[in-house]
Design a binder for this molecule. Structure first.
Ligand SMILES: O=C(O)c1ccccc1N[C@@H]1O[C@H](COP(=O)(O)O)[C@@H](O)[C@H]1O
Length: 215
């Protein structure tokens, strides 16, 4: 039997929403630690949110091109995962993985066949890769924009490469994405919000319900 689909809800900011996301059946939650994001969480509330996950759900902190002190500060809070969502090189990903001592998910922007060809070098060193839409030129952040990419590009990916899919997923398109792309997991942020940074419990429930039916 195939492994169950991993569902990650990203950009959780409050304990109340964390509880609702766990109750809705998510496997993993993401917390943004990146001040330019409308979902940014400071270190103190981040520590509380990570603690509240223990034994209930996997926690993941999303960082963008972090320096060593940021990695150390976040790793000390004991998340299960750190997601690197910036232009980190394979060498930098390896160094952060060794420094942090937690599992590393590397997000990769996909907009062309060349981007797909880059995936293998990261899949070899990260614990997991997450494929996201390439942000438009001039975007103020590298993700969380609600944009999807051409899933057909993934036909160029080595079929042995396990990956999570993100970028513009929502309750209406998640079932089709799962059926077409066959990812090991899915990740959503904007698609379960009523406004940037404002998660909607009902959209989270609908997203998870539709994903489970398809997965
Ligand atoms: O959410 C953000 O603001 C963000 C900022 C910087 C890097 C990543 C960010 N979000 C991640 O982007 C993907 C896709 O999000 P969406 O569903 O298209 O809105 C997801 O992993 C978010 O966690």
């Amino acid at each position: 039997m195939a492994d169950p689909l991993i569902i990650k809800i990203c950009g959780i900011k409050t304990p109340e929403l964390l509880d609702a996301t766990i109750a809705a059946g998510a496997d993993m939650v993401g917390f943004m630690h990146f001040p330019r994001s409308p979902r940014h969480v400071d270190i103190e509330p981040l520590a509380e949110l990570i603690s509240a996950c223990r034994g209930r759900i996997e926690s993941c902190v999303v960082l963008v091109n972090p320096d060593n002190s940021c990695v150390a500060e976040v790793a000390a809070l004991g998340p299960d995962w750190i997601q690197l969502h910036g232009p980190e090189s394979p060498h930098r990903v390896e160094a952060i993985r060794a420094e942090a001592g937690v599992e590393i998910m590397k997000a990769l922007p996909i907009g062309s066949a060349e981007d797909v060809a880059e995936v293998a070098s990261y899949a070899a060193i990260a614990d997991r890769v997450l494929l996201d839409a390439k942000p438009p030129k001039g975007a103020d952040r590298p993700g969380g924009l609600g944009d999807s990419f051409d899933w057909g590009l993934l036909q160029g990916l080595d079929p042995e490469t396990a990956f999570m899919l993100s970028g513009g997923l929502n309750p209406d398109n998640v079932a089709e994405a799962i059926r077409r792309v066959r990812p090991m997991g899915i990740d959503v942020s904007s698609g379960v919000e009523r406004a940037p940074g404002e998660k909607d419990k009902r959209l989270i429930e609908a997203f998870i319900r539709n994903a489970r039916m398809a997965g």
